[in-house]
Each structure stands twice: as structure tokens, then as C-alpha cells.
Write a protein that binds this ligand. Structure first.
Ligand SMILES: [Mn+2]
Length: 327
């Protein structure tokens, strides 16, 4: 990684205008990395824009105080795109994960950098800083910034990276939480991140509607394959009747793994266009392989897929059937 970080700074030094983007439905890791990188590069005098497919879930809105996060115009007419001589994709490793920015990533002549920790990268970038053992992309971004000039990591940047790591480790409890995670986190605290305040902002300032949606998700719990699979379902009417949106389902899937004996947890979310499936697993069960059967991907213990053209019941039946050989 050290050689790659040196190459990163070599390429960055030569370029002036950066676009930073991430995956659709951005999470805390994606957004935390984006604003941390953007604020740092801006402090070096670089021109930087963050342009994403989606807006920001309200529990991460405070990250906009670190650096503004833009939503890309679907016709890709944003002047930042034509100006860019470098584009950085964080927390994602394939152009199609970026939604409307896919075409820009494929067609642009800008230098392309990918900073990520997911499996199965596609070969689109000029420089990959990928560590599939990293608990969060924020871990890699921290290493990049710390190798350059630790004194330029402001409390705001440290806080954004703390959010990235806290959220992607499930608040430091997922199996990816290793000594390096805590080592980096200790550095982030020294640099000014406030763990209590950041936890409260991300997890404890949601609206009552979100708790009502969680109640519906919990009540929908179904068990399969002798208790090895637990699944929760959120239908479209659950959103409309509670006044919630898709991003309010964030991290709800983790409740499926709180049942003793469960090896695979799933969350089915019905949206107007697709059925979204989230997968979580314990130990060596590769749910990214299960997700691949439905056109998805991810990590060994956390993956997802989106299926269109089928009903919620059809998708659930097929996923339950395919999951049998994984447990
Ligand atoms: Mn991530």
C-alpha cells in the first residue's frame, strides 16, 4: 500500500481539478471518505467537487459542514465534470456502482483513481488503492492522508473518517474490527474526533417514523432452513404508512443476526423499481457469492443485490431456495 500511496500523491500533485464520487445510496463510509478527501485536497489548493447519484441520508447531513456534497445532474452537464483532470471513486470499485456517473467514469479522459475495500474490482481505473481486508474505505483514506501530512488532518476531517470507520464496522463490532482499526481510530481521536457526539449524530437523532419502520421490519421476521436463515421484509406500504424512505432502512438488517443460530440474515426492501436484498452472514459463509446469483456483490459477510421485473414474493422464494446450500 505504501508504494500505491506514493503513486497517489505523485499523480495528485500534477493535477488541479478533482471530482470525487461514490456508490448509489451512499453510506457513512462513502460520505465520510468523500468529504475527508475533498476537504484535504481543497486545503492543498486543489479544485474539488463531490458529485453523487443520490442525496445524503439526513443522519449524515452534518458531513456537509466538512465539505459540500453535490448530486450529479443526470445529463452530466455539471461544469465540474468537464473541468476535471482527475476523478476519484471511493468505497466502490466499478463504474456501474455510481449510477448516473457511470458514463462519465467510462468515457472521461481524466485520470481515474479507485480507493476501495470491496471484492471483485472492475478494471476501469488508472490507479487502484484497494485493500479488501480493510474494515472501511475510511481506513485507506486515513493512511493516504496521514502519509502526506498529518498536521493537515483537521478535527473536521478526522471526524468524517471516524464516521466512515464507525459505520462500516457496525460501531466496532463486525469481524473486520482488528487492531489496525482501533489504532487508526485512536489517531482520529487525537486529531479531534469526538466519539460520543458523532455516534449521537449518526444513530441517535432519527425521527420517530424511523423507529416505527423498524418496528414493522422486526415484526416481519421470518425464519428458514431450521433457523439458519432470518429474513425481514419492508414493503412499499411500510414506507408510505410510516412516512419513511429507503435510506431509513440503513443498518436495520443487523437485527437479523441477533437471533441465536442464525447464519445468514437478509433484508428485503420493496421499492417502486426494484427489490433490494441485503445479506449478512456469520463466519466463513460468503454471502457475496449468494448475492452474485441475483446480480449483486459485496463482501464475504455483507453483500447486496437488486432484482427488477419480479414481485417481492417471487424474489423472496428464489433467495430462500438458493440460500439453502450456503447454510
Ligand atoms: Mn465501505
Amino acid at each position: 500500500m505504501n508504494d500505491l500511496i506514493s503513486r497517489f500523491w505523485g499523480e495528485v500533485t500534477r493535477r488541479r481539478s478533482f471530482v470525487i464520487t461514490t456508490h448509489i445510496n451512499p453510506d457513512g463510509d462513502a460520505l465520510g471518505c468523500e468529504v475527508a478527501l475533498a476537504a484535504y485536497l481543497a486545503s492543498l489548493g486543489k479544485g474539488v467537487s463531490i458529485l453523487n447519484h443520490d442525496g445524503i441520508p439526513c443522519n449524515f447531513a452534518f458531513l456537509q459542514d466538512v465539505f459540500p456534497i453535490g448530486v450529479a445532474d443526470p445529463s452530466l452537464t455539471d461544469p465540474a465534470l468537464s473541468r476535471a483532470d482527475a476523478i476519484i471513486l471511493v468505497d466502490g470499485n466499478a463504474p456501474h456502482r455510481t449510477g448516473v456517473l457511470e458514463k462519465f467514469l467510462n468515457d472521461s479522459s481524466a485520470f481515474k483513481i479507485c480507493i476501495d475495500h470491496h471484492l471483485d474490482q472492475s478494471d476501469f481505473a488508472d490507479l487502484f488503492l484497494v485493500d479488501t481486508t480493510a474494515a472501511a474505505a475510511g481506513e485507506i483514506v486515513f493512511q493516504i492522508l496521514a502519509a502526506h501530512d498529518r498536521a493537515l488532518i483537521t478535527p473536521a476531517i478526522a471526524s468524517a473518517l471516524y464516521v466512515a470507520i464507525m459505520t462500516d464496522t457496525g460501531s466496532f463490532r463486525f469481524p473486520t474490527t482488528d487492531p489496525l482499526v482501533h489504532h487508526i481510530t485512536a489517531d482520529l481521536l487525537r486529531l479531534g474526533a469526538d466519539p460520543s457526539a458523532l455516534y449521537r449524530k449518526v444513530f441517535e437523532e432519527g425521527p420517530a417514523s424511523r423507529v416505527r419502520l423498524l418496528g414493522r421490519a422486526l415484526s416481519s421476521l421470518e425464519m428458514a432452513h431450521d433457523g439458519a436463515v432470518a429474513a425481514m421484509t419492508i414493503a412499499q406500504k411500510d414506507f408510505s404508512e410510516t412516512g419513511t424512505v429507503e435510506s431509513d432502512t440503513d443498518s436495520m438488517i443487523n437485527h437479523t443476526l441477533t437471533v441465536a443460530g442464525v447464519k445468514i440474515g437478509m433484508l428485503f426492501v420493496e421499492t417502486p423499481s426494484v427489490i433490494k436484498i441485503g445479506f449478512r452472514s456469520r463466519g466463513s459463509i460468503p454471502v457475496n457469492e449468494l448475492a452474485k446469483l441475483f446480480g449483486g456483490n459485496g463482501h464475504k459477510n455483507a453483500a447486496g443485490a437488486r432484482v427488477s421485473g419480479k414481485s417481492l414474493e417471487q424474489v423472496k422464494a428464489e433467495v430462500f431456495a438458493q440460500s439453502k446450500s450456503f447454510v
